[in-house]
Write a protein that binds this ligand. Sequence first.
Ligand code: S3P
Length: 430
Amino acid sequence: MNLEITPPRALRGSTTVPGDKSISHRAAMLGALAEGETLIENFLMGADCLATIKCLAEMGVSFTGPDEKGRLTVHGRGPSALKEPGDVLDAGNSGTTMRLLLGILAGLPFFSVITGDASLRRRPMKRVTAPLSRMGARIWGRREASLAPLAVQGGALEGCSFSLPVASAQVKSALLLAGLLARGETRVVEPVPSRDHTERMLQFFGAEVFKEGTAVTIKGGQVLTGRRIVVPGDISSAAFLMVAAAVVPGSDVTIRGVGLNPTRDGIVDVLKAMGADLEITNRYRLANEPVGDIRVRHSRLRGVTVGGDMIPRLIDEIPVLAVAGALAEGELVVRDAAELKVKESNRIDTVVQELRKFGVEAEALPDGLRVRGGRPLTGASCASHGDHRIAMAMAVAGLAARSKTVIQDAGCIDVSFPGFTGILGSLRVE
Ligand code: S3P
């Protein structure tokens, strides 16, 4: 499917975005491990989270829904009710599905095989399989269990202490889930804090999780109790609309009910530092997560340099941040973000390659990128590289370009933001 974008006169209005992807995955998984019913509202019906449900269903978990309103009930019967899947589990395009499920599979006394699409089968898994093996799981895969498909013989794990070389919420979460199913204590220390949805949700389900700086400790064998969870809007999806409103002249857009977890809201701080007219109102909490409404009005932006601890707080927003940089005065520089190379695509290369098609001066750095802004963008014919966030970032560039833009193979947008085109359409002023 190709997506055509013509520049609107402005973007105006108020909208919501679909539920948070990270929180939706965790709600389904913790609901499956819990005793009793978990009612999830605003569950993200994107391909990634649907893959998680399908894998859990293969392990005998029973679900009602999701219905068209995103209501999903998980009929949890505790970890011992999970059974050996009779077929290969398919995580599709979803790194979160594969890595977090590996943590659960490692802790359960049966054999399983998990695979994914061509992109996921290229992504590094050793970062999860090595520590899980240390806990006692046996895991096989190409290049010493670096690449999916992966086969797991789980069960009888022993809690361990880990110091992670890279900040990764997926790795941390896999180890905490395995730790929940292990004997004794599991402790994970990160170099820089990554998103903490797993820790928050484990606590919400009644488990004790101890946080101390960048260390998290969990005791095995704790019982989770089913809960009602309303999933906040995904700030990573809202980011496309935030940048679009900031760069399209005359725009004024409010996105209601967006998750504002401090480990995820780096895009708010960086857009403000770039001079965005951005305001947060109506703050409240949903399922142990902070939420609020974000209003963005068009303004002149200037380039900034981002790196260090900020990177995990906006890692998924860097493609669209690069688009903001292309439309800002001066230079946007992103450093310390080599992790971008191992996302759904090599996002350093794909962002640079696609932005250049709009006439933007962009350069790949070993651990980030540099974008020179201030020149008008010409409409372009772009490739998504099968990466949902590249497709949407280039759609935002298209909104601010002078002529029509076409994004080829844009069906991947459904991975995280079903309804993206409809929402953009509802905000357009022609
Ligand atoms: C995610 C963690 C991040 C992020 C990904 C979702 C999660 O990846 O990029 O989209 O839900 O835990 P890393 O764990 O590789 O940092």
